[in-house]
Design a protein. Structure first.
Length: 101
């Protein structure tokens, strides 16, 4: 009976061979999903930090606004004549280029 157990143990795949598909799947997921998302978030953060007075932006809610002041935690924006509001920096969707405005 001892030889049957030894034969069965010899047919078992190694730990590395059983984990290799999971490692490959994680690597593909990382390079196709996580890394591009991190790059996009970094680029968005740099864009928001570089906003200055007079820049035109679009919020995530679709409101066109003009930056009046860039403060550490929020932006002060003008959305209409005599209408200024505080806007969370996370709510900035994108900056409008001069050609598009």
């Amino acid at each position: 009976m001892n030889f049957l157990y030894a034969e069965q143990a010899a047919n078992q795949p190694s730990l590395i061979a059983s984990l290799l598909p999971l490692i490959i799947l994680f690597a593909v997921f990382y390079f196709l999903v996580i890394l591009p998302q991190q790059r996009e978030a970094k680029k968005h953060k740099e864009m928001v930090e570089s906003l200055k007075k007079g820049d035109k932006i679009i919020t995530t809610g679709g409101i066109y606004a003009e930056v009046i002041k860039n403060e550490p935690e929020f932006l002060k924006v003008k959305i209409a004549d005599n209408v200024e509001v505080k806007l969370d920096k996370a709510a900035v969707a994108r900056k409008l280029n001069d050609e598009k405005a």
